[in-house]
Design a protein around this ligand. Structure first.
Ligand SMILES: NC(=O)c1ccc[n+]([C@@H]2O[C@H](COP(=O)([O-])OP(=O)(O)OC[C@H]3O[C@@H](n4cnc5c(N)ncnc54)[C@H](OP(=O)(O)O)[C@@H]3O)[C@@H](O)[C@H]2O)c1
Length: 305
């Protein structure tokens, strides 16, 4: 896993344009440009960063590839249960939502755009850079389905490349705070809300919180671009591990899910929505003896590295 990173991200195209933080108000245009947080799709970013770990010829086709519609063989353990997917896009979010729905869950999804689905999932709109936006999502889910979500998946993530990509210390502290809100604090607030709702659910309901992670909580990849993402994933892994340790005996499970290749390397751009969906459905049923640090491989589910 010590492959050398050869990426150059200087001319990276911004894919989303978050509002400027107050801290940036009144700054000159050039300075603002330096401070702009280049929020990019994390998977796209990892494509650039991790090509030396995976097949360099791979493209982003997984983002638009049709999702498998083959039916599940798992027993439907979830009739009348509710799942909430925080961070719903065409990759992991869509595949997980579809899989849980096919297993009988009533599904709600949330994103900044509030994108709707052909399946008719309850679609909610929120920006997780503001952790205070999270509780209202749980209220909306309870209002709609008359039950708290037993399964909560936190899938959103972001990163901010430093203005000078040769130095992590050119990253403005405001960017670190904002990204931490998305990668950790909003996830934590979601877990707070989940636990509060779980207390109202029947004892036999499987209560599960799943955070979509990567391997940055275990070791840094040698790229300045990944710094704020790594900070957030590492911090999240810390409280998720503690929560699972303290609550598993009560039937509340917390997982930091991290897809890897067969050799244990990060999947990078080859992140597989359907593989996540299969594994998350297993986690939601508390099947197998999967620890909180839930590394997994497509087709094999949990794999210890
Ligand atoms: N294991 C690995 O090595 C690996 C590799 C790549 C990615 N990943 C992880 O996979 C996850 C993403 O997977 P994906 O790209 O396939 O997901 P996806 O479900 O296709 O997209 C996630 C969605 O989250 C929403 N989102 C982003 N920022 C948000 C915010 N601030 N507030 C609310 N919603 C927000 C975006 O929709 P809107 O734009 O509408 O808000 C986006 O479409 C991330 O957690 C990433 O770290 C892991």
């Amino acid at each position: 896993m010590q492959a050398k990173c050869r990426c150059k991200i200087k001319n990276m195209k911004l894919m989303t344009n978050p509002p400027e933080s107050n801290a940036n108000a009144g700054r000159g245009a050039k300075e603002q440009e330096n401070v702009i947080r280049a929020h990019v799709r994390v998977s796209s970013e990892l494509l650039i960063v991790c090509t030396s770990y995976t097949n360099p010829s791979r493209t982003l086709s997984y983002l638009t590839a049709p999702i498998s519609t083959k039916s599940s063989t798992q027993l439907n353990m979830a009739a009348n249960s509710v799942a909430l997917i925080l961070g719903y896009g065409p990759g992991v979010g869509a595949a997980v939502a579809k899989k849980l729905a096919s297993n009988g869950y009533k599904v709600a999804v949330a994103s900044r755009s509030g994108k709707t689905s052909a399946e008719g999932f309850l679609s909610l709109k929120a920006d997780f850079s503001n952790p205070d936006s999270i509780p209202a999502l749980f209220t909306s889910v309870k209002d709609e389905f008359k039950a708290a979500p037993s399964v909560v998946v936190y899938n959103a993530a972001t990163l901010t490349p430093p203005p000078d990509t040769s130095s992590i210390f050119t990253t403005p502290k405001e960017a670190i705070v904002s990204d931490l809100n998305i990668n950790t604090i909003s996830a934590y607030v979601a877990a707070q809300q989940a636990v509060s709702g779980w207390e109202s659910l029947p004892k036999e309901a499987k209560k599960t919180f799943i955070y979509t992670g990567n391997m940055l909580n275990t070791a840094p990849l040698p790229s300045p671009t990944l710094m704020t993402l790594g900070i957030g994933k590492s911090a999240s892994a810390s409280w998720i591990g503690l929560a699972d340790t303290l609550y598993a005996s009560k039937g509340f499970r917390f997982f930091y899910a991290d897809e890897r290749t067969e050799t244990g390397a990060p999947v990078g751009s080859a992140v597989d929505g359907d593989a996540h969906a299969e594994f998350y459905a297993q986690l939601a049923n508390h099947e197998g003896d999967v620890p909180w640090s839930a590394t997994f491989v497509k087709g094999k589910n949990y794999a210890k590295f």
